[in-house]
Write a protein that binds this ligand. Sequence first.
Ligand code: CTP
Ligand code: CA
Length: 225
Amino acid sequence: RLLPKPQGVLSGKRIVITAGPTYEPLDPVRFVGNRSSGKQGYAIAAACRNEGAEVTLISGPVHLSPPPGCEVVQVRTAREMLEASEKALPADVFIACAAVADYRPAFETTHKVKKERGGLTAIDLVENPDILATVSQMEEGRPQLVIGFAAETDDVIGHAETKRARKKCDWIIANDVSPGTDVMGGDRNTVTIITGKGDEALPEMPKDRLGAYLAQRIARKLSAG
Ligand code: CTP
Ligand code: CA
């Protein structure tokens, strides 16, 4: 067991965070995945831990060093991420920062797909479980505060509001990932926190700064009940 820092605005709180992409295998060498770097989730984990929280970070495959003092659970697929999330609960706060692959190949072969054996021109996909929606709708032991992210283009706030209602999370943090915004993989983020009691549009800032801001904002929410 890793010891949290003894003091901070989140001391005594348990926080579970998902981060990074998921990789959905097709055969022993290929997968379906996405470009998530994991930076924002790792920054939130580090910031919450710095404020005294006991943090479990459930991470898909990324190229980042584990944030000090956090328990890190490495997973690859969406199904593994869901299982690890359920195992890490109960917690006071659940933050779904991961870019979970929405679909996975319907069949995973143990043999490498070969061109001379007919190859592959189309991949059958099946939908993955929705981790955020599952945790948001837990009947027993639901975390007090469940937070999702919504990477959107076009009507960013509108899409994010709809997502918050559909998944039944408490907050959704909306960011614009239109071409040119450089959020995916970049070091900066521009978000709006949608709380259901008004929207908080934040200025562009480094992902670390946003992590620190969110740790404070979460602490304020937990103490307000
Ligand atoms: N999420 C999740 N499990 C999934 C898909 C998404 O936990 N299978 C979470 C993400 O971690 C994020 C939030 O749900 O916090 C929104 O993810 P997003 O991909 O924007 O939402 P989707 O419901 O997948 O909708 P779409 O990709 O079609 O916009
Ligand atoms: Ca998605």
